[in-house]
Structures are given as structure tokens and as C-alpha cells.
Ligand binder design. Structure first.
Ligand code: ATP
Ligand code: MG
Length: 409
């Protein structure tokens, strides 16, 4: 059997990028031979194995045929006769379809190296269209390598466009889509992921709620960039620039969905967009089965981001309600993430990226004041049950009144 490094490991070494995980392809072997060497099979009907020591993935060279909709609809054929070239042709992009032996000798039948130099994301063969997930993968690679100047080849973009129009994207499972979306959001330029999806028409299919924000104006006084879609991308860009976690990035992407529902007569104002957006945020959350912490933060940021911006003007009672909504006493980290998302929203405005955001420290101070109310003295005074709850609330309100007063002198 011959063993080659393939995919990302080859690509990233040639790009001079750090290689994190290595994928291997094995030519000329049978499942029995792999098992005899101690490799552990990954899936029942999938010719992929884990190395007994390194745990890295070794796949038998295989060909595949489309036999139905979605990813389930693939028939694999792995046998010792399948050649390296036959295995590489089923891969998505030319830059991902190179292999390397242990002498670093490159097998590059589809000119991946040429495309690396030309900074082009180009599909290997028309079979690209057989797996709609590749649309998301290409957009993700565009985001990952944007800083190197990579763009999607026009003919690949055209294929992505056809795939988006064909209805095949709907056949993707939530799990596969979320894996790509979450990885893309964690790249340094996640806004490029959304831009590429939009350019090929996939955004309209996958997240019509975000697609609808483009062309919707906001008041120029607060939003010099005017367009709500442009603003959303800038917020996401700021979140990446400030190294925010996935939860915050997801919330940033979804925070203004309600603005897509405003009747044109009301433009450029968006009355109650925070509340109107909640059902859309919920729909997107559920469509991709986003993890619970992402779902929760997106809904909370959607509902309360304007409160965040107006923090210094909020009455103590409103501040208290805000803190209660976040259950800041048991979930302080989640409130921190809310503050971060609000700050990214404020910075995601043209020309205002560097403006300070005093609301952030003010909100942190308010949370601290409310959290500092001790329960023990109230217990000692004999409060219990609902009365205890009321007493705690009263004390917290007093603490916030004092905090606001102290902050305004
Ligand atoms: P990363 O650095 O993100 O791991 P990668 O290119 O190694 O990038 P993997 O998901 O690990 O991506 O996949 C390994 C290789 O398998 C890819 O380089 C590509 O050749 C191929 N591949 C993975 N998923 C697909 C797919 N859906 N369609 C076609 N080829 C794919
Ligand atoms: Mg990989």
C-alpha cells in the first residue's frame, strides 16, 4: 500500500500556514489489511480509519457516485484498484486535491499549485455540484484565505449559483451546515463568508432573513453606512477583529433581523425592530440547530441591544429588569457577552469603529452593584419565600439607584 498526505495539510504547507490536522489517503489496500495493521474503523460503511497511535484519519482511496439527494445520497466505492488521481478528482477544490508522499513529492493532477499561486478557489470537476455542502465550504475557505487575496473562480461561482437555485441546498442537514457556519464565523474575516454566500444566491436560500437586510436603509445620523446588510457585516467584522467567541459572533450576525420586516413607509426608522426580530432569530437558530448558548445569546442580544446602547440613560428599575432578564447573578459570563455584542454593534458603523463605548463599563458596574447585594442579612431579618425575593429585588434596586447617582457626579 502507498500512503499520502492529502487535503488541508498539503495546501497549508504550500501556503506556509500552520498545519493542524493531517488527512491521509491509502492507495492499494483493503479494509482487512488496515484492520490487520491495527487501524480502527470510523464508520460502518465508510472506508475511513484512525491510526492506532496518532489518531489521524486514514481513508482508503475511493470513488463516489451520486445516487440521491443530500449527502446520504452517495455511493462510495473503495478498492485497492482505485488510483490516487481517481480519489483526488472527487474533492471539492483544486487546492484541496493535491497529495504528497513521504518524500514531499507532490501529485497535483488538477493544478492546485497553479491555483494557489493565482489565489483562486476553483472546483476540481463538474461533480462539485453533487454535494451542496461545497457551496458553504468554498465560502468558508474564501473567508479563511481572504487576507492572502484568494477569490472564488468565476466558473466555480457560477456552479455555486446553479446549486443555490436548484433547491439542493435545502437537502443539507442542520448538523453539516452548522459545522461549516460555525467554523466560518470563527475565521478572521467571517464577513467574507456571508458575502460569498450572498453573491452566489445561497444566502437567500439558507438565511433569507439576513439576505433581506441588504437594501434596507437606517438613519444616516446613527448609521453613516446606511445599509442594514452592510452594517451587519461590519458588526461581524468587528467581532472577529476583537477576537470574540462564537456566541458573540452568532448574536452579532442576527441582532438586527427585525429591520428586514419594517414596512417601507417607515424607513429609515425601525420602530420596535428588536421585538419584531425575535421570531426570525428563533427560526434561524432552529434551522441550524445552533448550540443552546448561541441560541440564547442571539435572542437576548436581539431583544436588548438598544438597552445596551442607552445604558447611561436607563432608569434604575429598567436596569434591574435588564439584569434580571440575563440572570446576571448566576450567568455573569453571558452578560459579559451581551456587552461585547453591543459594543461590536456600536463599532460596526462606518467611521465610528474607534469611538469609545462607555456603556460597556457602565453596564459592568451596574451588574457588580446588583450582584453585591447579600442575601444572608435578609434571611436573618426573617424574610422567606416570595417575600425574600421581593426584598432582594428592592435591595438590588437601591444598589442600582446609588450606582447611577454615583456615576452621574
Ligand atoms: P481544514 O484545514 O479546514 O481541515 P481541509 O481541506 O483539511 O481543511 P477537511 O474537512 O479536513 O478540510 O477535509 C479534508 C479534505 O477532504 C479536503 O481538503 C477535501 O479534499 C476533501 N473534502 C472534505 N469535505 C469534502 C466535500 N464535502 N466535498 C469534497 N471534498 C471534500
Ligand atoms: Mg483537514
Amino acid at each position: 500500500m502507498q500512503i499520502y498526505k492529502v487535503g488541508g495539510a498539503v495546501r497549508d504547507r504550500l501556503l506556509g500556514k500552520p498545519v493542524t490536522d493531517i488527512d491521509w489517503v491509502v492507495v492499494g489496500a483493503t479494509t482487512e489489511e488496515m484492520l490487520a495493521k491495527g487501524f480502527r474503523p470510523v464508520g460502518a460503511d465508510f472506508p475511513v480509519f484512525l491510526h492506532p497511535k496518532s489518531g489521524e484519519e486514514y481513508a482508503l482511496a475511493r470513488t463516489e457516485r451520486k445516487s440521491g439527494r443530500g449527502y446520504g445520497g452517495f455511493t462510495f466505492h473503495a478498492s485497492p484498484e482505485v488510483t490516487l488521481e481517481e480519489d483526488l478528482i472527487r474533492r471539492d477544490l483544486t487546492i484541496n486535491a493535491m497529495a504528497e508522499d513521504d518524500q514531499q513529492h507532490l501529485t497535483d493532477p488538477y493544478h492546485g499549485q497553479r491555483d494557489l499561486e493565482a489565489r483562486l478557489l476553483r472546483h476540481v470537476s463538474p461533480a462539485f455540484a453533487e454535494d451542496p455542502l461545497r457551496v458553504l465550504r468554498v465560502a468558508r475557505f474564501a473567508a479563511r484565505y481572504a487576507d492572502l487575496g484568494f477569490t472564488v473562480a468565476p466558473e466555480t461561482l457560477e456552479l455555486m449559483r446553479q446549486l443555490s437555485e436548484s433547491g439542493e441546498l435545502q437537502a443539507l442537514t442542520a448538523e453539516r451546515s452548522w459545522k461549516e457556519i460555525s467554523r466560518a464565523l470563527l475565521e478572521d474575516q467571517p464577513q467574507v463568508f456571508i458575502e460569498v454566500l450572498r453573491e452566489c444566491g445561497a444566502l437567500k436560500v439558507l438565511m433569507p432573513e439576513i439576505d433581506a437586510l441588504f437594501g434596507v436603509p437606517q438613519p444616516q445620523a446613527h448609521h453613516p453606512e446606511i445599509d442594514t446588510g452592510v452594517h451587519t457585516l461590519s458588526v461581524l467584522e468587528q467581532a472577529a477583529l476583537h477576537k470574540q467567541p462564537l456566541t458573540v459572533r452568532w448574536a452579532c450576525l442576527l441582532h438586527d433581523l427585525g429591520k428586514g420586516l419594517t414596512p417601507e413607509e417607515e424607513w429609515p426608522r425601525h420602530i420596535a425592530h428588536e421585538h419584531k426580530g425575535l421570531k426570525l432569530i428563533k427560526a434561524v437558530n432552529e434551522r441550524f440547530k445552533a448550540p443552546r448558548d448561541c441560541q440564547e445569546l442571539a435572542l437576548l442580544v436581539g431583544q436588548y441591544h438598544t438597552h445596551g446602547h442607552r445604558a447611561l440613560e436607563l432608569k434604575p428599575s429598567t436596569l434591574l429588569e435588564l439584569l434580571q432578564s440575563f440572570d446576571v447573578y448566576r450567568r455573569p459570563q453571558r452578560f459579559e457577552e451581551f456587552i461585547a455584542a453591543c459594543e461590536m454593534d456600536a463599532r460596526g458603523r462606518k467611521g465610528l469603529e474607534q469611538r469609545s463605548y462607555p456603556q460597556a463599563d457602565y453596564l459592568r458596574g451596574a451588574a457588580k452593584a446588583a450582584r453585591s447585594v447579600a442575601v444572608q442579612p435578609l434571611l436573618e431579618k426573617g424574610f422567606k419565600g416570595p417575600e425574600l425575593g421581593e426584598a432582594i429585588k428592592r435591595e438590588r434596586l437601591n444598589a442600582l439607584k446609588a450606582y447611577k447617582e454615583a456615576a452621574s457626579v
